[in-house]
Design a protein. Structure first.
Length: 180
């Protein structure tokens, strides 16, 4: 079998086809991030300081996701395991985290975008035991349409001690409680 295949990148309404070698998963992620950084760096419509900030943030998310992948292999709620469709979601939000916590893989879970939205906004959370918590203010019919079983207890599996620490913060500071 040929060691090259054809890859395409869409840019400015045109598709360019170029040979590319088969890469390991981590090489492919690094290659994609490098390509994105090059696009940002070459975009002169964005001020220099904004371009630098975008690149620093993107590098941080890439490193964070790689660290989460060492612990997680799929969305705990939906079971999706294609990394293209998963986000590295912070249990202790970025705004509340120290620089070290922001990049700590145990501060993250791999989640599909809709589950990430629910987790990030506090509509769902997790007990240390792995039991899914549904906020009393969550709209259950919407959760069901997103693939969350609301009529029975759901256990998503065990967490590391480090993950439990960050999930405790999520339960106490992010998860929505009953309206007062």
């Amino acid at each position: 079998m040929d060691s090259e295949t054809h890859c395409s990148h869409a840019a400015d309404q045109a598709t360019f086809v170029q040979p590319c070698r088969r890469l390991s998963f981590h090489q492919a992620i690094r290659s994609e991030y490098q390509w994105l950084e090059e696009q940002v760096e070459s975009d002169t419509s964005v001020p220099d300081t904004d371009r630098e900030a975008i690149i620093r943030a993107r590098r941080g998310q890439g490193l964070f996701k790689q660290r989460v992948i060492r612990l997680e292999s799929r969305c705990r709620v939906t079971g999706v395991n294609n990394l293209t469709h998963l986000l590295a979601s912070h249990s202790k939000p970025w705004r509340d985290s120290s620089n070290e916590e922001r990049l700590n893989g145990e501060n993250g879970l791999l989640l599909t975008p809709s589950i990430d939205h629910l987790f990030d906004r506090g509509f769902i959370g997790f007990e240390n035991s792995g039991e899914l918590i549904i906020s009393p203010v969550a709209h259950r019919p919407s959760l069901q349409k997103m693939g969350i079983e609301t009529d029975r207890l759901v256990n998503v599996g065990s967490f590391t001690d480090g993950q439990k620490h960050f999930l405790e913060f999520h339960r106490n500071s992010v998860l929505l409680r009953a309206m007062r």
